[in-house]
Design a protein around this ligand. Structure first.
Ligand code: ATR
Length: 273
């Protein structure tokens, strides 16, 4: 029997996950069906129950259900405990295992696909919401010289930095405090780009920067990337590689085979300019 997987979100029409997992399955000879489910707002648990009853083995979870998925799980991993959110689930009888692969997918894209190790680097992370939380531990595992988290609501940046303090050198601050500081790599994990807004980051942070990375996918040259580009940053990236890598992590977790992501990244890459 064909094994069933799906992505659940609302809205879900724009999800690339069915395409990605379809390509992975074909390239690796895996007999799976992967569909998209539009979960009713406020009705996440019922929709997942129905999927499991119908024999579903695993789900990817996207907005706005990542916190619901965390709550639904019976077993949680370290990475998503910290993020407080899950982006993948696996069903084994009554057991519901949950993971959050966004952060490891991002790190894999940066270090492996883009060839930019974070070890010993000064890393700036803009934002302290769900996306930033997911990246915190995977970033610190890379042992950067320092990780600075900047956020509009400074309390949230301090809170997140405190969570990571035992794992490495990390500090929270407001945007104004970035004036005069430089970083090797800058990540935009705010949701500002979704509304074509610019986080109030001073352009001077890019003075020695080798890579500016926009976690949002397919938004073109966002105000953040444009600022970095105008400040002379040679390497710009958006979240297409992160999207492919987190999917590959989930696929490997479910199927025991880690797919190569190159073909997916090539297919989904939307030029930045
Ligand atoms: P996500 O899951 O995408 O991270 P979120 O948890 O709602 O979404 O967090 C959104 C993040 O983007 C927050 O860090 C938010 O900053 P505040 O905590 O200060 O609100 C940040 N953000 C959103 N719009 C922004 C903007 N125009 N400028 C700067 N930061 C912005």
């Amino acid at each position: 029997m064909t094994d069933r997987y799906a992505v659940i979100g609302n809205p879900i029409g724009f999800s690339k996950s069915p395409l990605i997992h379809g390509m992975f399955a074909q390239a690796n000879g895996q007999d799976i069906e992967y569909t998209a489910i539009e979960g009713p707002l406020g009705g996440f648990a019922g929709a997942v129950d129905a999927f499991r009853t119908a024999g579903g083995l695993g789900l990817n979870i996207t907005a706005p259900f990542k916190l619901d998925a965390f709550a639904y799980a019976t077993e949680r991993s370290g990475a998503q405990l910290l993020a407080g959110a899950a982006n993948a689930m696996k069903f084994e009888g009554d057991r519901v295992l949950a993971e959050n692969f966004d952060g490891v997918g991002l790190v894999r894209d940066v270090t492996h696909n883009l060839g930019c190790p974070l070890k010993g680097k000064r890393v700036l992370l803009l934002g302290a919401g769900g996306a930033a939380r997911g990246a915190l531990l995977p970033f610190l595992e890379q042992e950067p010289a320092e990780l600075v988290i900047a956020n509009r609501s400074v309390d949230k940046a301090h809170e997140l930095a405190a969570i990571g303090a035992r794992q490495g050198r990390v500090r929270g601050c407001g945007y104004a405090e970035l004036e005069g500081q430089t970083f090797d790599v800058v990540f935009n994990a705010t949701s500002a780009s979704l509304r074509a807004e610019l986080p109030p980051v001073p352009a001077t942070v890019f003075a020695n920067c080798g890579l500016a990375y926009e976690l949002a996918y397919a938004k073109g040259l966002t105000p953040f990337l444009r600022l970095a580009h105008n400040a002379g940053v040679k390497r710009l990236a958006d979240g297409v590689g992160m999207l492919a890598e987190q999917a590959a992590e989930a696929f490997a977790w479910w199927r025991g085979v880690r797919p190569d992501t190159r073909a997916v990244i090539d297919k989904l890459t939307v030029p930045l300019v």
